[in-house]
Design a protein around this ligand. Sequence first.
Ligand SMILES: Cc1cc2nc3c(=O)[nH]c(=O)nc-3n(C[C@H](O)[C@H](O)[C@H](O)COP(=O)(O)OP(=O)(O)OC[C@H]3O[C@@H](n4cnc5c(N)ncnc54)[C@H](O)[C@@H]3O)c2cc1C
Length: 466
Amino acid sequence: MKASDPQSAKVPSDNQEESAFTHQSTINGWGRTTSTRVHLECPTSEHRLQDLLTTSLGPVTVRGAGRSYGDAAIGPHTIDLTGLATIRSFDPATGIIFSDAGATLQALHQVSVPQGWALPVLPGTSRITLGGAIASDVHGKNHMHQGSFGHHVLEMELMLASGSLLRISPDTHSEEFCATVGGMGLTGVIVSAAIQLLCTETPYLRVFRRKAETLEAAMDLITDSIRTPSHAVAWVDATREDLRGLVEVSTPASTQMLSERMKNKLPPAPGISMRNIRTFPGRGIVNDRSIRWANAVRWNLPLGAGPRIVHFTAALNPLDGASFWPAAFGSQGLIQYQFCVPTCSHPVLREILEGLQSSGLIPALAVLKRFGACGNGLLSFPQPGWTLALDFPAHYPGLAAALGHLDTVVANAGGRVYLSKDNRLPAEMVPLMYPQLQRWQGTRARLDPTHKMGSLLSQRLNLLEL
Ligand SMILES: Cc1cc2nc3c(=O)[nH]c(=O)nc-3n(C[C@H](O)[C@H](O)[C@H](O)COP(=O)(O)OP(=O)(O)OC[C@H]3O[C@@H](n4cnc5c(N)ncnc54)[C@H](O)[C@@H]3O)c2cc1C
């Protein structure tokens, strides 16, 4: 949301020292559960960004495209980075792209994909910013092969709360680098980054869809797919006892596999469109009946005779074509509970889904993926094992207590909840789930000794406390 939005209003400052923040606006997370009136600025120069950081008393929150589900990108003084979005250079010989952090992944692809290079890691939406991708250390459906976003960052420029710039990489200031990857915007503002892209013969994928009669069969199909470089995901039907699912495995398509029409097709134009979609009134249209209906329809869709050739955006970013999704959950919005557990704890997945069924809390969407190596960030979410993302209408009675119980189950299984999707985790769970928390806090405090960086998430979870 930009300071120029109709929702935004110019206001007199309530404090002389905070005069650089002159606009107020109401912002929320993608799940639309938390709407907050904040001071919001959208700088279009590094100088202005520096001014905002140094004149505010804090806490200052950095915001990218606002696609984290909860309160990670919301704070009393929020800086929207989407005004600093210039792609500074791209070298088609090496596949290195260097860009301002406010550029979206979609915009990076507009430049690189026609020249045969793509981001090695793409989350479920490409309408996020480069800075947001690094700060959450996002993962895709190919985590077993490519790890998470931070593994491909060559270098970053970090503007500290003091206004000074620090160049950090896995080799130079490596501790600061590891605190910033997955660091939820709390070490400073990522101003720009250089990313190593992956050479691709075509921007198309060969998508194989299979039905799995049970959750365990879906896990087996995903595990089998690991032998070849692929993206793998399962949509689990959490309405049924067998927990059947549809498994989608995608491998790169070669030029010979494409039709002439495909060879000439350009990727869709960039744009962030969610803000125009009105929320359905009351409890929305997502309820027990519609969830059961949608799962049955998805299961019964014909699989087709063989693999389909699909543009990678259609295969990897399906929700980008369904921007109404959060609006459908009604005025209280949507809570996504995404957690991961180590490979050896996989029986916990069935235990959790069966427990939710017996409490009558059926997720509208249940998406299963496999994780490989840990991220290189101290607070990175991925760890070797399985991750399940569950979408619930926030108005479900008993949801808060049920998710509170799941936190304990997940932590006892050696797992963790994804902070970028969270708006409800209790603070005491964080040290149990993120064993490197203390080390991260120490490094973070050296970068920001006055605790100027912050967010509703960091306050709620006491993240900055040493
Ligand atoms: C439909 C959908 C599908 C998704 N699928 C996935 C998925 O498959 N895998 C996955 O990992 N995530 C997924 N996500 C989550 C999303 O990728 C992350 O929340 C991502 O961080 C959002 O980026 P953003 O630009 O919108 O950042 P915001 O939501 O605005 O901010 C997210 C965090 O990044 C920080 N931040 C943003 N910009 C900067 C910067 N320049 N410098 C420092 N900190 C910054 C913010 O302070 C905040 O803590 C999905 C989200 C949606 C809506």
